[in-house]
Design a protein around this ligand. Structure first.
Ligand SMILES: [Zn+2]
Length: 385
């Protein structure tokens, strides 16, 4: 699981209209596919825009911003410790309620406006209430301010693209070494999951031997397993609809992270299964999701093997870095190089399109500029008579 940047934007104001334009442009660029979840810093205009443009997405407040606000507005270490537990802890809803109520009472914060507001928004930030909503473990927005963002963006983007290239290379060559004693299912996971996701699955598999099946009960629709972790009291209910080979667990880890939880994997092991049921392998984490790229990559690099492609890529990046640095010293050089590069780029794009047989219209995305909005500090319009 890696961060992928689909786009970025700098807005001239923080109005609802601007956010709506931004999110609609994103939606257009993504061919209408809405995200499952959105994390923001809690800005009201942004929240409202998210509910207009992505009505089906679950909105989560950024945990870093929440902790910072808690420190600024309340700032008592005892309170912050428990607040952190309510925010990040693997709690049930009743446990959350008890800890929250006691914490607020202990620090006499019942009438504190921010506390009242946070409690009302608990479905947007507490792990206990978010359980089952897909966030793949993401809890934070970016912490950069504008200057840092501009400074770091290109560098970070380059870093991520290079890392993706390395991941693709590792994916194409060799299977990971089996590490657990549950060889068959681990081997199977290595063939279906991408390498990064497989490593996460293997960690879950390693814990599966700590799962105890306390009881089993057969109903007309499924088999119910009551499971608990070794030396732990708390139990979880795993259900298995045998006919459709469908699993679910009361911890809802699968719904939140897209990977089977340790309880389900414990039951798979208990049932002596050597494969992972289809329903537990999300397309986004599956190797086959990457496979359609192969013919495209072959066309791109022709007869050149991937390893050579990677070293060419690295060498080209070094050349480009120097070119950028030299051409930005003088404005005339900058204009000259930029014009020549634009021509080269267009000619290469055309070549690629022809090789891949992609029509010109399909390669264009029609995202337009937003309506101009007036905002605080943008100056007054001079009216002359
Ligand atoms: Zn579970």
């Amino acid at each position: 699981m890696r961060t992928v940047v689909f786009g970025c934007a700098i807005l001239s104001n923080e109005s609802k209209a601007s956010y709506v334009w931004l999110l609609r442009s994103f939606l257009e660029a993504m061919k209408g596919k809405q995200p499952k979840s959105v994390t923001t810093d809690g800005d009201l205009a942004m929240k409202s825009a998210v509910s207009i443009v992505f009505p089906d997405a679950h909105h989560r407040l950024c945990s870093w911003h929440l902790l910072r606000n808690a420190t600024v507005r309340v700032g008592r270490p005892g309170f912050l410790r428990k607040f952190h537990l309510c925010l990040m802890g693997d709690l049930e809803v009743d446990e959350f309620e008890t800890i929250w109520t006691d914490n607020v009472a202990d620090h006499e914060l019942e009438d504190h406006l921010w506390i009242v507001e946070m409690y009302a928004k608990k479905h947007s930030w507490s792990n206990a209430h978010i359980r089952g909503k897909f966030f793949a473990g993401l809890k934070m927005t970016s912490r950069y301010n504008l200057r840092e963002f501009v400074e770091h963006f290109q560098h970070y983007l380059e870093f991520m693209r290079r890392r993706e290239l390395v991941a693709d290379y590792k994916f194409a060559y060799g299977e990971p070494v089996v590490k657990t004693k549950l060889e068959a299912i681990e081997q199977f996971a290595a063939t279906v999951y991408t390498r990064e996701v497989f490593k996460l699955f293997r960690e879950v598999l390693m814990l599966a031997s700590n799962v105890r099946v306390v009881s089993t009960k057969r109903t007309s629709a499924c088999v119910l397993f009551e499971v608990a972790m070794y030396c732990k009291q708390r139990s979880w209910a795993v259900s298995w609809a045998e006919e459709d080979d469908e699993f679910s667990c009361s911890c809802q880890w699968m719904e939140s992270f897209g990977l089977p939880c340790v309880h389900m994997v414990g039951v798979l092991v208990y049932l002596n299964m050597t494969t992972i049921p289809k329903g537990l392998i999300l397309d986004r984490w599956a190797k086959r999701t990457k496979q359609p790229r192969a013919p495209c990559d072959k066309t791109r690099v022709g007869e050149i093997p991937d390893a050579a492609y990677m070293s060419m890529h690295a060498a080209m990046l070094d050349d480009c870095r120097e070119l950028v640095s030299l051409s930005c010293w003088f404005f005339e050089d900058y204009v000259d190089v930029k014009t020549r590069l634009a021509k080269e780029r267009q000619s290469l794009r055309d070549k690629h399109r022809q090789r891949l047989g992609v029509p010109e219209e399909a390669s264009r995305v029609s995202v337009r500029d937003p309506m101009r909005a007036r905002y605080k500090g943008c100056g007054r319009r001079v009216v002359t008579s």
